[in-house]
Design a protein around this ligand. Structure first.
Ligand code: GAP
Length: 455
């Protein structure tokens, strides 16, 4: 994919989260879940534009990680699993947050997020009230399988999507004849009773993860770990405008997850500071060994050539679809002086990569009350919508229609004018540069497809 190079610089101020929240609601990207009942903290729904953007993000990941790789296959596991899975994975025991609650304002804080002086003095950072003793909360969401009261089995909604990959490891080896080194990918929902959900899509209770679990011989672990760390970093780098807001950060020993021997975060800098986008984890043989032990099923692998039997080690790359959605919007959002508007007017534009933009092209007739223009524009729209997500609009002046599309990141706008009736060409206007070129109607599908699809 071509790298996204946009006119923005690192000096551009960080976009306040409220701007994105407001745009998402106003233009149909994201809605608060169950809003008419007062909402549910940390749970969101995706609207008509949101679902397009989300699908594009997912598809591009799948295309890069599975479709174009010889040594990677995909699966889609269930959200529900046998309850023992979460004992074997260590989540029942270790997937916990330590919390303190303020006696007066009742707010809860993660112990590891509190300033040390507040913890020492037991003083609430919100209202100065007294903090209670720290308590431990497990983040797994419980649910029950079965309908009859006494036969119901307690299990968990998966706390991390990747567990299915370990559960299906042997099935994939047997059914697809993959040989180590190889990877299994999955995109799927995960659920966590986050104690402090917040910052919009950043920390939710229901969210979606994409995982690669790459199985290697222990002697090749370091080289594959380095390879995937770099490869995933470059993948994110290709999607953003602000290249200098992306970095790799190694975890300190006190940060490592219970299974990790080494870990890096790919981090992105926003108004929320430097925060994780994706984790690259050295999981070693933890997962397959634990599931072998807990299930009694031998999950070791036999090398057909050397006949060596061993538990493969695992490099994990695990990121969030929702966090990608949020970060891409924060990265793409810009308010700039509108050179075509009245003095002091601004245009809001989303500099999303064209292949990810929810709407690829919008088609307008120059005059809505001219039947010939409308008929031609509608015909072009009908043709394009079969190839890509397109919109037809004739409900305002052309300038206004451009602004509407800029705000949702539509990379191209096509205007049918009087010249179109004479020579069968249209103007194609570029979202970022606002320049216009004339393109023959006949050539339009190829012209646009070349610019909005990945290859
Ligand atoms: N299997 C490893 C694992 O789950 P993680 O760092 O806990 O690792 C991976 O999660 C990614 O999932 C994170 O980098 C982040 O993008 C996303 N993620 C984690 N918790 C999230 C939450 N509460 N809301 C939204 N995204 C989350």
């Amino acid at each position: 994919m071509t790298q996204l190079e946009q006119p923005q610089t690192s000096e551009t101020a960080f976009v306040p989260l409220e701007k994105i929240v407001s745009l998402c609601k106003r233009r149909g990207f994201v809605y608060p879940n169950s809003e008419i009942y007062g909402g549910v903290s940390g749970v969101y729904d995706f609207g008509p534009l949101g679902v397009e953007l989300r699908n594009n993000i997912r598809r591009y990941w799948w295309w890069s990680m599975v479709q174009t790789q010889d040594n990677v296959v995909g699966i889609e596991g269930a959200i529900l699993t046998h309850p023992r899975v979460w004992e074997a994975s260590g989540h029942v025991e270790n997937f916990v947050d330590r919390l303190v609650e303020c006696k007066t304002c009742k707010k809860r804080f993660r112990v590891d997020h509190l300033p040390p002086e507040n913890l020492e003095q037991r003083k609430c950072p919100n209202d100065g009230g007294e903090l209670m003793e720290p308590r431990t909360f497990n983040l797994l969401m419980e649910t029950y399988l079965g309908v009859v009261e006494d036969d119901r089995v307690k299990t968990y909604l998966r706390g991390e999507a990747c567990q299915n990959i370990y559960l299906d490891f042997l099935n994939v080896v047997k059914s697809s004849r993959m040989k180590v080194p190889f990877g299994i990918c999955q995109i799927g929902k995960a659920f966590r009773n986050e104690v402090t959900p917040g910052n919009f899509l950043f920390r939710q209770r229901e969210f979606e993860q994409w995982d690669l679990q790459f199985f290697v011989h222990p002697s090749e672990m370091q080289q594959w770990f380095d390879y995937w760390k770099q490869r995933r970093f470059e993948w994110y780098r290709g999607l953003i405008n602000h290249k200098d807001r992306l970095r790799l950060r190694e975890h300190g020993p006190d940060e490592l997850a219970h299974y990790a021997r080494q870990a890096f975060d790919i981090e992105y800098q926003t108004i929320l500071g430097w925060q994780e986008w994706e984790g690259v984890h050295w999981r070693q043989d933890w997962d397959l060994s634990r599931h072998s032990q807990y299930s009694g099923e031998d999950l070791s692998y036999v090398d057909e050539v050397t006949k060596e039997r061993y538990i493969p080690w695992i490099v994990e790359t695990s990121g969030g679809v929702d966090r990608t959605f949020l970060y891409l919007l924060l990265d793409a959002y810009e308010e700039q002086p509108d050179p075509q508007g009245k003095s002091g007017e601004t245009r809001t534009v989303l500099h999303l990569h064209p292949m990810l933009a929810p709407v690829k092209v919008a088609v307008f007739p120059l005059k809505r009350n001219n039947e010939e223009l409308v008929t031609l524009a509608r015909g072009i729209y009908e043709r394009l919508r079969r190839l890509m997500v397109a919109q037809y609009d004739d409900t305002g002046s052309i300038g206004r229609l451009y602004r509407r599309q800029d705000e949702i990141g539509t990379p191209y706008c096509v205007t049918v004018d009087f010249q179109s009736l004479e020579d069968q060409t249209v103007t194609v206007r570029d979202r970022d540069t606002m320049t216009q070129v004339r393109v023959a109607i006949q050539e339009l599908p190829a012209y646009l497809l070349e610019r909005v699809t990945w290859q």
